[in-house]
Design a binder for this molecule. Sequence first.
Ligand SMILES: NC(=O)c1ccc[n+]([C@@H]2O[C@H](COP(=O)([O-])OP(=O)(O)OC[C@H]3O[C@@H](n4cnc5c(N)ncnc54)[C@H](O)[C@@H]3O)[C@@H](O)[C@H]2O)c1
Length: 250
Amino acid sequence: MGDRRLLDGQVAIVTGAAQGIGLAIADTFLAHGARVMVVDVDEAKIEAVVKERREAGHAVAGQRCDVTVEADQDALVAATLETFGRIDVLVNNAGITRDKYMKKMSVSDFDSVLDVSLKGAWLGTRAVSGLFREQKSGAIINMSSLSGKIGNPGQTNYSAAKAGLIGLTKAAAKELGPSGVRVNAVQPGLVRTEMTLTMKPEIFAAKEAEVPMGRAGEPEEVATAVLFLASPLASYINGAVLEVTGGRGI
Ligand SMILES: NC(=O)c1ccc[n+]([C@@H]2O[C@H](COP(=O)([O-])OP(=O)(O)OC[C@H]3O[C@@H](n4cnc5c(N)ncnc54)[C@H](O)[C@@H]3O)[C@@H](O)[C@H]2O)c1
């Protein structure tokens, strides 16, 4: 991409951005000229992330927000507008896993995973949709997973949440498309973050062996796909699901 900055002048909210894929998205957006609101439940990590990037001269702010809480999401939109004066991009990236086979999975394991990934993305999408409709522009990117396409044993909760995000993405794309607002989803495969490093090494290796490219992905390789969908390069892409898997699960 050379020196071309794809998000100059734009303001983006990225949830679950204190680490991992969300942080890589925030950094990629900053490198492309966006002003970024870093959102997470982990306040200490947000503070450290924001401090370091401010010192590097970036326009970045942080907000603690539990994406499952309606009032937090509404406060997030208000805080972003107060800080940066506009919002152009929302990345619903926050997600958790509570992997267990169904015989051991509790109702709260199920509910909490759906609450963060699916309800969190719905609340976020709803919270910006009025503004995006009024301004007749905006891009929303939902972080699904290959698990939502192929289904993973031990992830009945997570696969359901991540498949649900595809329905949400397509329905929202149809509702908001007439106002010039685009809603898309990304489906990463195996990516090296704290979420996957909690896997047993032999399970990680077995999954890696399923990847045609022969390796796990790096968070930055998901972030550039999100950047593309957020940017004017994707001006006619709406309701799409972009797989970022090295070819796994195709
Ligand atoms: N790592 C992978 O292989 C992989 C693959 C496919 C999809 N994903 C998805 O990508 C996203 C990021 O994953 P990651 O690997 O970077 O995970 P991660 O665990 O490293 O980071 C997730 C972040 O979300 C935050 N978070 C959790 N609950 C929250 C809540 N209620 N409100 C706000 N923030 C909250 C956490 O504090 C954490 O900082 C998730 O949606 C995940 O499901 C990851």
